[in-house]
Structure formats: structure tokens, C-alpha cells
Design a protein. Structure first.
Length: 179
């Protein structure tokens, strides 16, 4: 679906300018909205936290620290989803902001489609891994019969999160940075 252009909506230039900047402008100096910038920075910030969490469990055997960081990442992902949905559904018209991109619409929408594959699968995998770990590991956490399956599924979820961050960054650049 093509975004509606401001000149097509409003007959006067001042109103067209208001429509183009609909929503709250972001803080990264791009065409993106504030919510989109928060989501991008938040998603990228989870990667070093994820790396530290993996280090804690793999090298230091700090299972409690690993659990705390994984719950922090899960909460950050839920918060990012809420911020994103509120921003695109209630505050900003992301398509109007992306329309000036030389990659609009084909490149932007293709990048979005690829990103959504990873974003949705990350949500499903991360939810499953955290839920299973919560149910199957004792408090305080320690290795048990669930460890092997947890390790396999957690590795898939971690790779998926990395791919979500990469594809999200590509989408962001194509939609809101490219000129």
C-alpha cells in the first residue's frame, strides 16, 4: 500500500509540512520517529548484554547472573515491541517518513518483510526458551536434565536475535537514512 503524500492530503504547503513531520521526531538525526529510534537503540543495546550473559554462563558458570540478564533482555524485547506498536499505530506514520527514501517502496518493504521473519521468530523462540527455563531450572539455577535442550534452543534464539538486529538496522537505514 502506497503511503499518502502530504501534498495529496492537504492543499496548502504549511499543512503539508505538518503532515510530513507527523509524530515525534527521533533523536538520531534521521527521518525516523522517536519511537523508532528508541527501538533501534534498544535492540542494538541488547546484543552486548546477550554476549555478557553468554560469557557468564559459559565461562564463569554464573547461572544466576545469566538468568537475571536473560530476564532483562526479555523485558527489553517486550518493551521494544510495545514502544514500536504504539509508535506506528498511534503516533507516527512510518510510511510517510520512509517515502523520501530512494529505496521506497520495494527495497524498504522487502527489508521490512525479511526483518519481520526474524523478529517474529525471535519473539517465539525467546518466549519459549525463557518460559521453559523458568519452569525447568531450580532456584537458584543450576544445570539439570533440561540443560542440553535449553542450550540448543537458546543458541538458536541468540542467533535469531542477532539476525533481528542486523535486519532491523538494514530496514532502518533503507527507510529513514538513505537519501
Amino acid at each position: 500500500m502506497e503511503p499518502t503524500t502530504a501534498p495529496g492530503l492537504f492543499p496548502t504547503a504549511p499543512l503539508a509540512d505538518i503532515a510530513v513531520s507527523a509524530g515525534i521526531d527521533g533523536f538520531l538525526g534521521t527521518r525516523a520517529s522517536f519511537g523508532m529510534d528508541v527501538v533501534l537503540v534498544g535492540l542494538l543495546a541488547t546484543l552486548p548484554i546477550l554476549a555478557w550473559s553468554i560469557y557468564l554462563v559459559a565461562r564463569r558458570r554464573d547461572y544466576a547472573g545469566h538468568r537475571r540478564l536473560q530476564l532483562l533482555i526479555a523485558a527489553a524485547l517486550v518493551a521494544a515491541i510495545v514502544v514500536f506498536e504504539v509508535d506506528i499505530r498511534l503516533i507516527s506514520d512510518w510510511k510517510l517518513r520512509a517515502a523520501p527514501s530512494p529505496f521506497w517502496p520495494a527495497g524498504v518493504l522487502t527489508a521490512l518483510g525479511i526483518h519481520l521473519v526474524f523478529a517474529v521468530s525471535t519473539l517465539v523462540l525467546w518466549t519459549w526458551v525463557v518460559w521453559e527455563a523458568w519452569r525447568r531450572f531450580p532456584t537458584p539455577p543450576q544445570p539439570n536434565g533440561h540443560s542440553l535442550r535449553h542450550r540448543l534452543m537458546a543458541r538458536l534464539a541468540a542467533v535469531d536475535l542477532g539476525l533481528t538486529a542486523i535486519t532491523g538496522t538494514v530496514f532502518y537505514w533503507l527507510a529513514f537514512v538513505a537519501r
